[in-house]
Design a protein around this ligand. Structure first.
Ligand SMILES: [Mg+2]
Length: 265
């Protein structure tokens, strides 16, 4: 009877000790950011590397599709940079923390960082599958990066993204935007007047509205999100290169019409 009671006490002590140890580890790990570092730094990277959904690596086109491509012009794809391909945070010299709207956790490891001339540190976080996306679309389209950011800010980032592949050589910065009531508006028609063969991929609904018949909106990239938006755009972008006039498809997006007609007034 006594032995049974001793065993009971020992088991209770072991359980209490284990629960306490787990609690202490969990709380200290949360406070020190250990779990976030593990979650975002290792698990999320593995997710991106081994994610099951990928698009075809090579263009295995049928003869009919190949013939079709000879009948239509090669199109130009304008890519916005911030919150579309990546999200960056600026940390001032005084250590002002980044906005929490852009970031799920401050422990997400950045992909690249550099200093601006005024010593502001810029941390760059690539959207998941960005390299894969750029490799694919650069085979299908002429790529132009169109950002409302300044040249001094965007150039180091684009050089890093390009990585010597020479796919992001055509770049337009803030000085190519048009000031519309204080807003830096991108009008792709001013750069490529051949609107049948121009597409803009942008997270800003305003920018999409300025180019209503040629725009594909994409959600903002929030740092640390398990995001597959770039992958999801590939089938659509693949199909669009075969059409005679991209507006025949893209102008069907009526949601963007309202602000655009307001601007035209
Ligand atoms: Mg943007």
């Amino acid at each position: 009877m006594e032995n049974k009671s001793d065993a009971h006490i020992i088991i209770t002590l072991i359980i209490t000790f284990s629960v306490s140890l787990f609690g202490i580890l969990w709380i200290s790990g949360t406070l020190l950011g250990v779990w976030d570092r593990f979650w975002y730094g290792i698990i999320r990277k593995l997710f991106c590397k081994y994610f099951i959904y990928k698009y075809m690596d090579t263009d295995n086109l049928t003869p009919v599709s190949k013939r079709r491509l000879t009948l239509v012009k090669k199109k130009t794809l304008f890519l916005d940079m911030d919150e579309t391909l990546l999200t960056s945070v600026m940390i001032k010299e005084d250590g002002t923390p980044p906005s929490t709207k852009k970031c799920r956790s401050k422990y997400v490891p950045c992909d690249f960082e550099f200093l601006l001339q005024d010593d502001t540190r810029v941390k760059v976080y690539k959207r998941p599958f960005l390299d894969y996306f750029l490799d694919r679309v650069s085979e299908w389209y002429n790529i132009i990066i169109f950002t409302a950011g300044t040249e001094a800010y965007a150039t180091p980032i684009l050089d890093y993204l390009d990585g010597g592949r020479n796919i992001l050589t055509r770049r337009l910065f803030r000085d190519s935007c048009v000031n519309v009531y204080g807003f830096n508006a991108k009008f792709v028609s001013l750069v490529c007047p051949d609107m049948a063969n121009v597409i803009l991929l942008d997270n800003s609904i305003s920018e999409c509205s300025f180019n209503v018949n040629n725009a594909i909106p994409i959600t903002d990239y929030v740092i640390g999100d398990w995001d597959t938006e770039l992958l999801k755009k590939l089938p659509f972008l693949d199909a669009l290169r075969f059409v005679q006039d991209v507006r025949s498809i893209l102008k069907r997006c009526k949601v963007l019409n309202a602000p655009s007609s307001f601007i035209e007034l």
